[in-house]
Design a protein around this ligand. Structure first.
Ligand code: UDX
Ligand code: ADP
Length: 459
């Protein structure tokens, strides 16, 4: 019989990898194994060149790897040997059939459920860690518990709230940990097992327990609220650009209201990442499924506003550059969806670069971590029109414009005076993250277009 102190995580991605590393670090008496069908990913987790870039992650992994944290491709053995199984496989938006474009594609999930059943010969606790539509746990429970093996499974939901780029900090110091279970005796017992794991470093008041469906819905709701704040301030940025108000000033004034709060009010070129859009569309699908079309429309507008913001940004570039960018070299500073990650999923940079290419621009992309992912994403587009380089100075050389799309710290500290000398004139900067000193840049000679503030032009 497997010891109760054995944990498996199926799926070694952005969520599974860092979360299990932290659980292993804080629970030296548990054996934690992370499995994935992707052998390259597992090999990378077993090397010093981890498959994802995340500040301080390697330090944590190195402390526990080979001691009580193991990475493997043997999913069957992992399932057999573990009592507690976290499932953290990908759940993209469906791109076919019923619910296409909105509903979650649960094929990886269902496959995992069947695999767990196939390889288990004793009772286990299964925890959904991926963000999933409400009632997915119930479906999983049905697949698992209708078996002829005489074994039973408790299916819990324990959504992860970490944000990329700050994963280790968020895991070490979470605002809360949420664990949902059935209110049966066995459900409550299973929940206690999971509470025990987290309570080795998270205080009791921060561990919230609830039923499975509230837990699943809470995760979707948290992401929807966060994204809604960004779309709200971005909608105001459009008004600011017309009225000479300054969106950062507005956000500051609004954010000091303690009922509103200052976080997630940074106007930008748009939100990206694997969660926000997917989770909102899930919520939209769920609402419409239950006949709540007004609710669905309400949340869908958050995504539409984000698309509008991305589109507005490119149109502004075009307008400022005399309505033609054909043949002009444009340097893209940052391709990742946010700073401190190499992840480009749903990054606004994807839409912006593709649109610039349609306008026949020559695009050169620089990013400290995301160049490889950018190459994969843009692989099939007009190759001779896109190039990549790690050095931002080289990217800007001979360019007509720089567009800042990711708020990497290094872009705040560049020598823009030296850069200007190497650029075509008139030189433009489009600051899609409002991270630069616009007045200074203008004084140097640039034409500057921020988000939600008037453009500074020399003509
Ligand atoms: C998000 C949630 O924050 C996290 O709790 C959940 O577990 C997963 O989804 P993540 O997508 O990794 O995390 O990053 P986040 O920091 O939320 O940023 C998402 C996007 O919003 C980024 O593109 C970021 O640049 C953008 N953003 C964020 C803004 O444009 N303005 C802001 O004020 C904040
Ligand atoms: P997230 O950002 O939610 O962590 P990722 O896409 O980074 O998502 O990671 C999900 C991981 O799950 C991928 O590495 C993928 O190979 C893995 N995966 C998907 N299906 C299975 C499966 N049936 N068994 C094991 N791993 C799986």
């Amino acid at each position: 019989m497997s010891s109760k102190k054995t944990i498996l995580c199926i799926g070694a991605g952005y969520v599974g990898g860092p979360t299990m590393a932290m659980i292993a670090l804080k629970n030296p008496d548990y054996k934690v194994t992370v499995v994935d069908i992707n052998a390259d990913r597992i090999n990378a987790w077993n090397s010093d060149n981890l498959p994802i870039y995340e500040p301080n992650l390697l330090d944590v992994v190195k402390k526990v790897r080979g001691k009580n944290l193991f990475f493997s491709t043997d999913v069957t053995l992992g399932i057999k040997d573990s009592y507690i199984i976290f499932v953290s496989v990908n759940t993209p938006t469906k791109n076919f059939g019923h619910g296409a474009g909105y509903a979650a594609d649960l094929q990886f999930w269902e496959k995992t459920a069947r695999q767990i059943l196939h390889s288990s010969d004793e009772n286990k606790i299964i925890i959904e860690k991926s963000t999933l539509p409400v009632r997915t746990a119930e479906a999983m429970e049905s697949i698992l518990n209708f078996n002829e093996k005489g074994i039973s499974f408790d299916v819990l939901s324990n959504p992860e709230f970490l944000a990329e780029g700050t994963a280790i900090k968020d895991l070490e110091n979470p605002d809360r940990v949420l664990i949902g279970s059935r209110e049966t005796e066995s459900g409550r017992r299973a929940r206690e097992e999971i509470v025990k794991i987290y309570s080795s470093w998270v205080s009791e008041e921060q561990i919230l327990t609830s039923n499975v469906w509230s837990t699943e819905l809470s995760k979707l709701t948290a992401n929807a609220f966060l994204a809604q704040r960004i779309s709200s301030i971005n909608s105001i940025s459009a008004i600011c650009e017309k009225t000479e108000a300054d969106v950062d000033e507005v956000a500051r004034a609004v954010g000091t209201d303690s009922r509103i709060g200052a976080k997630f009010l940074k106007a930008s070129v748009g939100f990206g990442g694997s969660c926000f859009k997917k989770d909102i569309l899930n919520l939209v699908y769920l609402s419409r499924h239950y006949g709540l079309s007004e609710v669905g429309d309400y949340w869908e507008s958050v995504v539409k506003m984000n698309e509008y913001q991305e589109k507005r940004f490119v149109l502004n570039m075009l307008k400022e550059m005399f309505n033609t960018i054909s043949g002009k070299r444009i340097a893209i500073f940052g391709f990742a969806f946010k700073a401190d990650t190499g992840d480009i999923r749903e990054s606004p940079a994807i839409y912006i670069v593709k649109t610039l290419l349609e306008e026949m621009a020559n695009v050169v992309i620089t990013d400290p971590q995301a160049i490889n992912n950018a190459k994969i994403e843009l692989g099939e587009t007009l190759d001779d029109k896109v190039s990549y380089c790690t050095d931002p100075y080289e990217a800007a050389n001979n360019a007509h414009a720089i567009a800042i799309l990711t708020e990497w710290d290094i872009y705040k500290k560049l020598d823009y005076k030296a850069i200007l000398q190497t650029m075509q004139k008139p030189a433009f900067i489009f600051d899609g993250r409002n991270i630069l000193n616009h007045k200074e840049l203008f004084k140097l000679g640039y034409n500057v277009t921020p988000i939600g503030k008037p453009s500074l032009r020399h003509f």
